[in-house]
Design a protein around this ligand. Structure first.
Ligand code: GAL
Length: 683
């Protein structure tokens, strides 16, 4: 058994040889050698072959795969195969099939057809894990265990009676007596007061707006129910396969909603993430960067695993666009720049049959004589040259707060505006920071904020007193803190913080908002900024989605006001000095130009210097460092071609670079400039 290698950047994919004839395995291994392939995730959907009948196991096929991979010096991330039970499981345990909100029990026939609270699922899954762990814990190829797959992707919530009982137990642990639950959920409203625990059920389809406290706790519970299963498998693996790290692949991406990864991350030995580009977004590359920045923060800044992404098209968007030439390299290096030390794909060989047969792979249907395979082999070479950067850390002096509970409570039914969606607000700010070339950590609400010079809290709707104090403390200690509308409004029970919005942050920001005045779809408002405003460029900028009626207290600078619309004359953007820092408030959704104008003095105030001052717009520049060396990633997302005047050697082209002889990066290309201090200059 090996440890997860930390001396190189691993390169690989999900490998599903069971879909092919046994002879194909030899071809695969030979071609993996050509591609520079070093890690295979095996067995993710193998349950039906591993346990063709209840209690009868067949491991020979998997033995052969692991042995061959090991002979080829490819390390294995071995899945516990519990993501998708076989059809016999549904026949034997029909009550383990998930039930949706409308009470419809789903059938097997796809994947992840199991209820996270079901004891038969738990029992049978653990029995399989037990077998796998005993058989393979000493296998020389094994380097990592991979629990399930993308927990909650398709079976996030189950509304069955077993789940209802599990929910009640979870609520009893959280609240103790029923009266506490009644208080937390505000059940005196609409005659919802509970007199017996047995009446508490999941928020199934009902007549009108459901109880928001129940909904919020149901989201928390659903995340927890999956986590409980993850922990059960992980503990068994730790017991039977000591020393081998355990992970499960997160889905931090544009549509992330279901699992609170801030709570999951502490239960990973190595954090891993799957990311697929969302081509319908205005800035897919920025969304990729945001996902990676959140994943890095989940990993506590340590290197993490990009467990899946795609070489080209996926199969599950409405139009599955193919990646442009060079895009796979840009996407992969964007993840590495932000801390990934493994670049892996779904999957090695494109399937011939099944639901994902039109999904791209490293080895597509066209075979090796193809653009994708050539680019895969090129990426393999580049990543091999990147070995020395393994273990280095991405440099970030700024942070944005990303909080699943705020997302759930913001996006709940019956809030001031359905136009306001949490992810849109966060992404708007992230995109602006990305345009400005500021690398940020996407931290959770309980993170240590003390190391950051700039902290953005977009719509941090639900805050605990502790989080509020941490943010206030960071501002007082010298950070530039930016808080946007709808933040600080409710506590962890989703109860309004009284006395004016934004509740927990009124004093920090020096503002009292009396009333939200959101804007209709398509409606915009203009801002006005006086000539002596710290950001006079905000004058005549437009904003949308939200406005507010409030006032600044003396000592708070009004940076811009609403010039028209429902909150005309009231502050739209304010700034207040506090301790040795500043607290900025933004009461509306700025467009890109407005965000850029506002962020410029904030970034200056935070003292965040660009890595490369003349960086052309649209070129992503991120640094990783260890004690001595620096790697500067330059990724030409604008497709213009750039001259890079940084000192060092480019690991992509192998060429040297300096201020006098800048490196030429072709349009859409990438460079990883490695700087090592001259001998005798080691810090
Ligand atoms: C992931 C999943 C893979 C594959 C891939 C396709 O969600 O883990 O098994 O389905 O998507 O993009």
């Amino acid at each position: 058994m090996r440890q997860w290698p930390t001396d190189r950047v691993l390169f690989g994919a999900d490998f599903n040889p069971e879909q092919w004839s046994p002879e194909t395995l030899d071809d695969d291994i030979a071609l993996m050698g050509q591609a520079g392939f070093t890690v295979a995730t095996v067995g993710v959907f193998g349950w039906a072959l591993l346990e063709p009948e209840p209690g009868r196991y067949e491991f020979e096929w998997l033995d052969r795969v692991l042995d061959r991979l090991h002979n080829a010096d490819i390390v294995v991330d071995l899945a516990t195969a519990t993501a998708s039970p076989p059809p016999w499981f549904a026949r034997m345990h029909p009550e383990a099939m998930p039930v949706n909100r409308d009470g419809l029990r789903l059938s097997h026939g796809s994947r992840q057809t199991w209820c996270p609270s079901n004891p038969d699922y738990r029992r049978r899954a653990l029995a399989l894990v037990d077998q796998l762990a005993r058989r393979y814990s000493g296998h020389p190829a094994l380097a990592l265990w991979h629990v399930g797959n993308e927990f909650g992707c398709h079976n996030l919530m189950c509304f069955c009676d077993v789940s209802a009982a599990h929910f009640r137990t979870w609520l009893q642990d959280r609240y103790g007596p029923l009266d506490e639950l009644n208080e937390a959920w505000g059940t005196t409203f609409w005659s919802q007061r509970y007199s017996e625990w047995i009446d508490v059920v999941p928020p199934r389809t009902t007549t009108a707006i459901p109880n928001p406290g129940a909904e919020l706790d149901w989201q928390r519970f659903s995340s927890h129910a999956h986590l409980e299963h993850h922990i059960a498998e992980r503990e068994l693996l730790h017991e039977l396969s000591p020393g081998v790290p355990v992970t499960t692949n997160f889905m931090v991406n544009h549509s992330v909603t279901g699992l609170d990864y801030n709570r999951w991350a502490p239960h990973q030995d190595i954090v891993s993430n799957d990311h697929y580009l969302a081509n319908h977004l205005p800035h897919p590359a920025a969304e990729l960067a945001m996902s990676a920045d959140i994943t890095r923060a989940l990993a506590g800044g340590d290197p993490w695993i990009l467990m899946e992404h795609s070489t080209s098209a996926v199969n599950w968007q409405s139009v599955n666009t193919a990646k442009a030439p060079g895009q796979m390299m840009r996407d992969s290096l964007s993840h590495v720049a932000r801390g990934a030390d493994t670049v892996a794909f779904f999957q090695w060989r494109a399937s011939r049959a099944g639901a994902e047969k039109y999904h791209s792979a490293m080895l597509g249907h066209a075979g090796t004589d193809s653009r994708v395979f050539r680019e895969v082999a090129e990426l393999g070479e580049v990543l091999a040259r990147c070995a020395p950067l393994a273990g280095s850390r991405t440099v970030a002096k700024a942070a944005f707060i990303f909080d699943w509970e705020s997302m759930w409570s913001t996006d709940a039914a019956s809030t001031p505006s359905e136009q306001h969606r949490y992810n849109d607000e966060v992404r708007g700010w992230y995109d602006a920071l990305y345009r400005a070339g500021v690398t940020c950590d996407g931290v959770g609400p309980e993170a240590d904020l003390s190391g950051y010079a700039l902290i953005v809290a977009p719509s941090l709707h639900l805050v605990t007193d502790r989080t509020a104090q941490a943010i206030i403390g960071a501002a007082n200690a010298g950070a530039q803190v930016v808080i946007t509308y709808f933040s600080g409004t409710v506590d962890e029970r989703d109860h309004i913080r009284l006395g004016g919005y934004p509740g927990a942050f009124c004093d920090l920001l020096g503002i009292r908002v009396e009333e939200f005045a959101p804007l209709l779809p398509g409606q915009t408002v203009s801002l006005s900024a006086d000539a002596d405003s710290p950001v006079s460029q905000l004058d005549q900028q437009t904003a949308s989605v939200w406005s507010e009626r409030g006032r600044a207290i003396p000592g708070t600078d009004v940076v811009a006001r609403f010039a028209d619309g429902p909150s005309v004359g009231d502050p739209a953007i304010t700034r207040r000095s506090t301790g040795s820092g500043s607290a900025w408030y933004v009461a509306t959704r700025l467009d890109g130009a407005g965000l850029d104008a506002l962020l410029a003095p904030i970034i200056d105030g935070a003292g965040i210097e660009a890595v490369w001052h003349s960086r052309p717009r649209g070129v992503d520049v991120v640094q990783r460092r260890n004690e001595t060396d620096t790697w500067t990633f330059v990724i030409d997302q604008a497709g213009l071609g750039v001259s890079v005047p940084l000192e060092g050697v480019d690991l992509v082209s192998g060429e040297a670079s300096s201020a006098d002889q800048p490196l030429r990066v072709a349009p859409g290309g990438c460079a990883v400039v490695h700087w090592h201090p001259p001998t005798g200059d080691d810090r």
